[in-house]
Design a protein around this ligand. Structure first.
Ligand code: C5J
Length: 222
């Protein structure tokens, strides 16, 4: 039995590691680089950059061991038909979803600002899920891909911890997946929100899942 030293208690990996997927949430220019959606909302995007080398290390392990990798991208169709007016109104920033920005239209699929950052570009065989919401299960085919591949366990990484990451983790937990959030492979524009999210996950005996450091996860995968 392989265990990851985690909180609130050890996390057990299945004997068949093909059942474990690395889920990389929204590591997009729109959230991590100046000129995108994150900055348009008034955030300091530099808070997120420390996750990049850590996620890259995890990604390299999953690639080397030929284990499943999923990336998500938050974005909308150019005609905004998949963006509810309520979402469009949110934020009250100088730039709104669909407005032209320095990296193309804000949060629009296919625009250069909407791309996954260069360091974590997907390779053939890795599935990229475009999602119109914060949760990666809402109006996407993620769940059917996971079931089709027999995946039961998720190593969750990405940004931002309390928005898309936490929403996705809760959605996955409700669907029966064994979720572990990799503590230093996720970040928020508000470091205190990240810490609160980790505490919420660990509370009540791990009611939503587990958290563990990337070093502990990497040690278990060898
Ligand atoms: C946000 C995300 N923060 N990926 N999206 O709007 O967390």
């Amino acid at each position: 039995m392989v265990l990851i030293a985690a909180q609130p208690y050890d996390y057990e990996l299945p004997s068949d590691l093909q059942k474990v997927a690395l889920l990389i949430i929204d590591m997009q220019r729109d959230f991590l680089e100046p000129g995108g959606f994150g900055e348009a909302l008034g955030n300091d995007v530099s808070h997120l950059s420390a996750t990049i080398p850590i996620i890259k290390s995890l990604l390299e392990i999953f690639r080397r061991r030929q284990l499943p990798v999923f990336h998500t991208v938050e974005g909308h169709q150019p005609d905004l038909s998949d963006c509810p007016p309520s979402k469009l109104r949110r934020g009250n920033g100088q730039l709104k979803i669909g407005d032209p920005g320095p990296m193309g239209r804000i949060l629009i699929l296919g625009e250069s600002g909407n791309a996954i950052i260069s360091e974590l570009q997907p390779i053939p065989g890795e599935i990229v899920i475009s999602k119109p919401g914060k949760g990666a299960f809402y109006q996407t085919s993620l769940e059917s891909y996971l079931h089709k591949q027999g995946i039961t366990h998720l190593m969750i990484t990405g940004v931002t911890t309390e928005v898309c990451v936490q929403t996705t983790m809760r959605e996955a937990n409700d669907r029966g997946f064994e979720c572990l959030l990799v503590e230093d492979a996720t970040a928020s524009y508000f470091p205190e929100f990240k810490e609160s999210t980790l505490e919420m996950i660990r509370a009540q005996g791990g009611i939503v899942g587990w958290t563990a450091t990337a070093a502990n996860v990497m040690q278990a995968f060898g």
